[in-house]
Design a protein around this ligand. Structure first.
Ligand code: FES
Ligand SMILES: [Fe+2]
Length: 373
């Protein structure tokens, strides 16, 4: 039994991880880091592809190369000796060889088991993923109503597991968020329903709260005390969203929160806000994004202050109370996630600097863009 989950746990290799916003991927390769390993993300023939950031020839970073069209398709050309690679990792040309020469079979760029675009992000699964990509918080037929805004990409000196723990934690609001959302919250965490499916979790609660922002309260149209339906959805290892539906006043707020375990001490947060109650007003959307950014900054003060960079999986390490049921379940899911990897994982084919370049092309998956609003 692994007692803690670090950002570099080998079980994390067989899972999807966000590595980049699709909007940050242009025509040139982008270097990213995941689980302490270097990858390069490129767009070839309009599709997102990824390779270990290491040319099989002299191990130069492929991210220093360029995308070019060759015949009827795009290739990534290494910047050092010009070898060309297709999205499968196959080498299509070696300029130093005469025309028609046979290319060495090991001249292949290492590709991850899976590459996908989903919810506005590029996702990589170094090994075949054991958990599907996260669900979408907004159904396709609702999408047209929503405005969507991204928070700045946040690099944190923190544990990815603890960041996820923090997103699902409901008892810290009055203390960490006194300056933002905390003042409207009571310290008492009310009842909620929890449903686990595989390595994912849904938590639902209905909360009575004073809706001070509802103009209908002042006109007497609606009472001050109203109901909001709160749904948390978590997918192992580090994906979650929160959806709040306001019953009396109407309107839905969604916050998505996806974490990339970068290396032992760093994690990157991709968060966004979606709302259908802003009457298409982009200034109000920008305000909502800035507010959520301020809330997340308050969280990061605590998360970056931790002296360790891991989440405990052994339940006796910490003391839990009833209000912590959701984050206890998070620990159970992560413990199962690690245990299942140990049982099922093939030997890792990590793209280490001196590792093999067998160019395994398994499960090279591409999914359609599904970014909300
Ligand atoms: S190192 Fe890439 S072509 Fe030589
Ligand atoms: Fe928080």
């Amino acid at each position: 039994m692994t007692h803690v989950l670090t950002n570099l746990d080998p079980s994390l290799r067989s899972a999807w991880h966000p590595v980049l916003r699709t909007s940050d991927l242009g025509d040139e390769p982008v270097a990213v880091r995941l689980l302490g390993e270097h990858w390069v993300v490129v767009r070839l023939d309009g599709e997102v592809a990824a390779f270990a950031d290491r040319c099989p020839h002299r191990l130069a970073p492929l991210s220093a190369g360029h995308v070019e069209s060759q015949g009827d398709r795009d290739i990534l050309r290494c910047g050092y000796h010009g070898w060309c690679f297709e999205s499968t990792g196959g080498c299509s040309s070696i300029p130093s060889l005469p025309d028609g020469a046979t290319l060495p079979p090991r001249a292949r760029a290492f590709v991850p088991a899976g590459v996908a675009t989903h919810l506005g992000l590029v996702w990589i699964a170094p090994e075949p993923p054991r958990v599907p990509l996260p669900d979408v918080p907004i159904a396709a037929d609702e999408l047209g109503r929503f405005l969507s805004g991204d928070l700045p990409v946040l690099q944190a000196c923190a544990s990815a597991g603890l960041l996820m723990d923090n997103f699902l934690d409901v008892a810290h609001f009055p203390f960490v968020h006194a300056a933002t959302i905390g003042d409207e919250e009571s310290t008492d965490v009310g009842p909620f329903e929890m449903e686990r499916d595989g390595l994912a979790l849904t938590v639902r609660s209905a909360q009575r709260f004073p809706n001070r922002e509802d103009p209908g309260v002042e006109t007497g149209e609606r009472p001050l005390l109203q109901t909001r339906h709160v749904t948390y959805r978590y997918t192992a290892p580090f994906a979650a969203w929160l959806r709040i539906d306001y019953e009396e006043a109407g309107g839905t707020n969604v916050i998505t929160f996806f974490v990339q375990p970068v290396d032992a001490d760093h994690a990157t947060i991709y968060a966004s806000v979606q709302r259908d109650d802003l009457d298409g007003d982009l200034d109000r959307l920008a305000e909502a994004v800035a507010f959520e950014h301020a809330v997340t900054a308050e969280d990061l003060v605590v998360q970056e202050g931790y002296l360790h960079r891991s989440i405990p999986l052994e339940l006796t390490t910490e003391v839990h109370v009833k209000a912590d049921r959701m984050t206890v379940e998070l620990r159970r899911i992560l413990a199962d996630f690690v245990a299942q990897a140990t049982l099922t994982a093939p030997p890792a084919a990590a793209p280490a600097p001196t590792g093999s370049t067998d160019g395994r092309v398994a499960h090279h998956e591409r999914l359609g863009e599904a970014h909300a609003g």
